[in-house]
Write a protein that binds this ligand. Structure first.
Ligand SMILES: [Zn+2]
Length: 56
């Protein structure tokens, strides 16, 4: 039997400047939502901005 202890959840990566949700990713939420900030390309603004995790 396979042990499944990882608690992964699908989240959005949301642009902090225009609140556009550009990316879907999965994170480990076993110890709460990770405070991740990533530089990603925002399709709306067509430039790289900081994106943060947004849980549903
Ligand atoms: Zn944006």
């Amino acid at each position: 039997m396979a042990k499944k202890k990882s608690k992964r959840e699908y989240v959005w990566l949301e642009c902090v400047q225009c609140s556009q949700r550009n990316y879907r990713t999965s994170v480990n939420v076993a110890e709460g939502t990770p405070k991740l900030k990533l530089k990603k390309f925002c399709k709306k603004e067509r430039k790289h901005t900081v994106h943060k995790i947004r849980r549903k």
